[in-house]
Design a protein around this ligand. Structure first.
Ligand code: MRU
Length: 343
């Protein structure tokens, strides 16, 4: 049902619903969780993913914890739940921003936690809308845009971050073309960004992760826009692994490189990118790949040499010197202007 509304995560009667992103683009399934543990596990296993959707899911998980906490151990219960939810995806700033807000409200009452969780989710969604409007000003007619990972409506509750300006440009009648990096190892570009762009009717092509510099060298890419998972106070930005090399290549070829993210992704307590904790994920994500066979069955196959180990850092950090600007719900800022919004 929510494919039409384009909402990735929502709540009704204290249940949390999310589009199961692990099944896309092969199956469209709504996952629902009855309690905070199930919601936390859905974040960890990436049933829902992307900075803003993780934030909304974490807010709802914290809300569920407050609603299910036994009266006699209420404070301990919500404290432990917060720790558990926060341990699911350590790099995603939105997750912590959400749990901190809803936990504070839960300390007053469970009802306040419910109110605050709804607020968190709708603010993330609103931010995406504004990011789209501001970012559209950077996209010219006939523009060819590169994006990495998935930072569309699936990743930000609604509207998206990096894809929001693309949707806005497309809906305002601009002729655009999107190069979507496949984004190994989880293939968020090939699976999710491509699915979203297909649904919206935006012209695009999936490119191998190692092809972006080639297209830049041919003069095919005018602008790069990616999302972010955590942005340090100086503008150093953690985003999906592979973002750093796109930013370096963009600088070499004189292509503007923008990060689109809501203010909730900025982390003023983290001074520089060196202090950002990078999530390490299972080597199985590199060694095995999932797809669909000719009979429509989802299959997982080993694609790497048996006996070899793999390393799987989920994010990298792009130093501020490679970033042209940040597209936020408050406007577009250069790294050296961030102090204006981070007071
Ligand atoms: O590991 P994921 O899929 O949760 O990765 C997060 C992301 O979607 C990206 O890094 C994205 O570019 C920023 S989130 C809108």
């Amino acid at each position: 049902m929510n494919i039409y509304k384009k909402i990735a995560v929502w709540t009704e009667n204290n249940k949390v619903y999310m589009i199961n992103q692990n099944k896309l683009p092969f199956e469209f399934e709504i996952f629902n969780s009855e309690n905070y543990k199930e919601t936390a596990n859905a974040i960890k296993t990436m049933i829902t993913r992307g900075a803003g959707s993780i934030g909304a899911a974490a807010a709802f998980a914290m809300m569920q914890a407050a609603m299910q906490a036994p009266k006699n151990i209420y404070n301990d219960f919500i404290f432990n739940a917060k720790q558990e939810i926060e341990s699911t995806r350590p790099t995603a700033r939105d997750l912590f921003a959400a749990t901190e807000r809803v936990y504070k409200a839960a300390q007053i009452s469970a009802e306040k936690a419910v109110e605050e969780a709804h607020k968190v989710a709708s603010e993330i969604s609103e931010a995406g809308k504004k990011i789209g409007e501001f970012g559209n000003s950077l996209i010219s007619q006939n523009s060819q845009i590169l994006t990495h990972c998935n930072a569309g409506w699936l990743a930000l509750v609604e509207h998206g971050s990096a894809l929001a300006p693309i949707y806005e440009a497309f809906n305002s009648g601009k002729n655009i073309f999107v190069y979507a990096d496949e984004t190994r190892p989880r293939n968020q570009g090939a699976r999710l960004t491509a699915w979203e762009l297909n649904q919206a009717g935006v012209k695009h092509a999936i490119i191998p992760d190692n092809a972006a510099a080639f297209y830049m060298s041919l003069g095919k890419i005018e602008i790069v826009i990616t999302g972010a998972d955590r942005i340090a106070a100086n503008g150093d930005t953690a985003n999906k692994i592979g973002t750093l090399e796109k930013a370096i290549a963009a600088k070499e070829f004189g292509i503007p490189f923008y990060i689109a993210a809501p203010i909730s992704t900025f982390d003023i307590k983290t001074k520089t990118g060196k202090d950002i904790i990078i999530e390490e994920r299972s080597s199985d994500e590199v060694i095995y790949q999932t797809g669909i066979d000719e009979n429509g069955n989802i299959q997982t196959l080993r694609i790497a040499s048996p006996g070899s180990e793999a390393l799987n850092p989920a994010f990298d950090v792009t130093p501020n010197k490679f970033i042209t600007g940040f597209i936020t719900e408050k406007g577009i800022f250069k790294p050296e202007e961030l102090y204006k919004i981070l007071k």
